[in-house]
Design a protein around this ligand. Structure first.
Ligand code: BES
Ligand code: MN
Ligand code: ZN
Length: 504
């Protein structure tokens, strides 16, 4: 889909379907929607008066064009309450309008971004949000639907979206916003593709090869450490998680050097469990169903690098992905085993299903050993975080208030909401081991925090933030601009964070 910004009169804009919008409760549309309403002889006002459209968030209505309107059809989308409107509401409205347009089998869409259409957002922000919402909202993963292949070839897709603004200056600003929105949303959709692949396809080797392909396209250096290298580096925790599977592990490192003169490098670490059966502490079948998504942190870190390399901020960032399955064969790690992480610390493994923190421990040790700072990790780490925050917000854990504030601001810009959770020292007593340096599970309380403090133990004082995306990485039903499956969450937060950190 090609997205462009144009300037001009909305009623005169020629396209197959024109998307206009309305705040909740508005009786007489103004701005661009008002102009379209007049050209249609008040058709939108009538719809509202008859109670057929109220402007609720996500609501859509379709009308035929005609009259003084150049567009073939009109789609009205609800923006929700005016006082709650923000970029995230604009993304949702864009997604709703575009999905409606797709169902009408049109190819060329126009969207009004003038006056009230931008809802008080500047044209650059509004256009960025619209492009993001359009691309995210139209996402589909249907490559394994072979039976419907014939339908798919005859399917009409939207090939062009023109965002219509007031004047040339607004169109220029909108053009900039579109470019950023496209880069962000396409990277997020690429992460969704990685997550949605079945686990028999997306094993550690495949994840590495996808990462390599992305990095090659963008001219980034990639190193994939295999099992022998991982043994040589003494990553005993990653090896312990891997030892019950037939597929070997991979340790993937992707380097972006936007500030070659600086020695500072930030680390973006992503949990890459390509399937989490729980290991010998086997999960019940229902809990295992979506566990191909346990590499969502990895997908986010990889695809964030794709967007970052295109946006070229002045900063050095290395993505680090420890990848393995968590499987329970005869060679699997036992409950009670003690293993050593890369830094030599002894870990007592009392639940093999708390495997994410094990592989992340070695990845954090690696980043610390290379002097990287700060460290930001993303992981589908705990069910406890899902219990606390559901699928609305990810948990943010950090012992560094400044870094935490930056991550929070980046997440808000991205519309990927987070909530800061506690990391008090008092919680550390629950992961004290009687016979080793640390154990990998606490009791049944404060599970998201004890998981995060296990990670913090390996940071050696390096500024660190951890996002527990267990609830936000994968939707079990259509939610907002997401369809069922991977959300690509974290990509847009990491990119916004990189842009912010590059500003100093
Ligand atoms: N991958 C899971 C966490 C998870 C749960 C992600 C639900 C997405 C949805 C993780 O490896 C896990 O199994 N965590 C355990 C930790 C426990 C054994 C301390 C959990 O949350 O039950
Ligand atoms: Mn697990
Ligand atoms: Zn897991």
């Amino acid at each position: 889909m090609k997205i462009k910004a144009v300037a001009g009169d909305i009623a005169g804009h020629k396209c197959e379907a024109l998307i206009v919008n309305l705040f909740e409760g508005v009786k007489k549309p103004g701005g661009a929607t008002g102009a379209v309403d007049s050209a249609l002889g008040g058709a939108i006002s009538k719809l509202i008066a008859r109670g057929e459209f109220s402007g609720r968030k996500g609501e859509t209505a379709a009308l035929p064009g005609g009259g003084k309107l150049a567009a073939g059809r009109v789609i009205v989308v609800g923006l929700g309450k005016k006082e709650k409107f923000d970029a995230e509401a604009a993304r949702a409205a864009a997604a709703a309008g575009m999905v409606r347009a797709r169902s009408m089998k049109v190819r060329g869409v126009g969207a009004a971004l003038t006056g009230a259409g931008a809802g008080g957002l500047d044209p650059e922000t509004a256009a960025c949000a619209f492009a993001e919402g359009a691309i995210l909202g139209l996402y589909k993963f249907d490559k394994y639907k072979t039976k419907d292949a014939k339908d798919k070839t005859s399917e009409v897709g939207i090939s062009e979206l023109a965002i219509v603004t007031n004047d040339a200056a607004a169109a220029r600003a909108a053009g900039k916003g579109i470019k950023l929105g496209e880069i962000l949303a396409n990277a997020a959709n690429a992460a969704r593709d990685l997550v949605n692949e079945p686990p028999n396809v997306m094993n550690p080797a495949e994840l590495a090869s996808r990462a390599r392909a992305m990095a090659k396209k963008r001219g980034l250096k990639t190193t994939v450490f295999g099992k022998k290298d991982i043994e040589r580096m003494k990553m005993g925790a990653l090896l312990a998680v891997n030892q019950g599977s037939v597929n070997p592990p991979a340790f993937i490192v992707i380097e972006y050097k936007g500030d070659p003169k600086s020695k500072k490098t930030a680390a973006f670490i992503g949990k890459g469990i390509t399937f989490d059966s729980g290991g010998l502490s086997l999960k019940p079948p229902n809990s295992m169903e979506d566990m191909k998504s346990d590499m969502s942190g990895a997908a986010a870190a990889i695809e964030a690098m794709d967007a970052i390399s295109q946006l070229a901020p002045k900063i050095n960032i290395t993505a680090i992905i420890p990848a393995t399955e968590n499987m329970p064969d005869g060679g699997a790690v036992r409950v009670g085993d003690i293993v050593r992480a890369m830094n030599g610390r002894a870990i007592e493994i009392l639940n093999t299903d708390a495997e994410g923190r094990l592989i992340l421990a070695d990845a954090i040790c690696y980043a610390v050993s290379k002097g990287m700072s700060p460290i930001v990790d993303l992981a589908t780490l705990t069910g406890a975080c899902v219990v606390a925050l559901g699928s609305v917000r990810a948990g943010l854990f950090s012992t560094d208030d400044k870094l935490a504030a930056r991550v929070e601001a980046a997440a808000d810009l991205a519309g990927e909401r987070v909530w800061r959770m506690p990391t008090d020292d008092d919680y550390k007593e629950f992961i004290k081991s009687d016979i080793a340096d640390i154990k990998n599970v606490g009791n049944r309380y404060a599970g998201a925090t004890t998981g995060s403090l296990f990670l913090e133990y390996f940071t050696d004082g390096t500024p660190w933030a951890h996002l527990d995306i267990a609830g936000t990485a994968y939707m079990d039903k259509k939610t907002g601009y997401y369809v069922k499956g991977g959300t690509g969450t974290g990509v847009r937060t990491l990119v916004r964070l990189a842009l912010d950190m590059a500003r100093g």
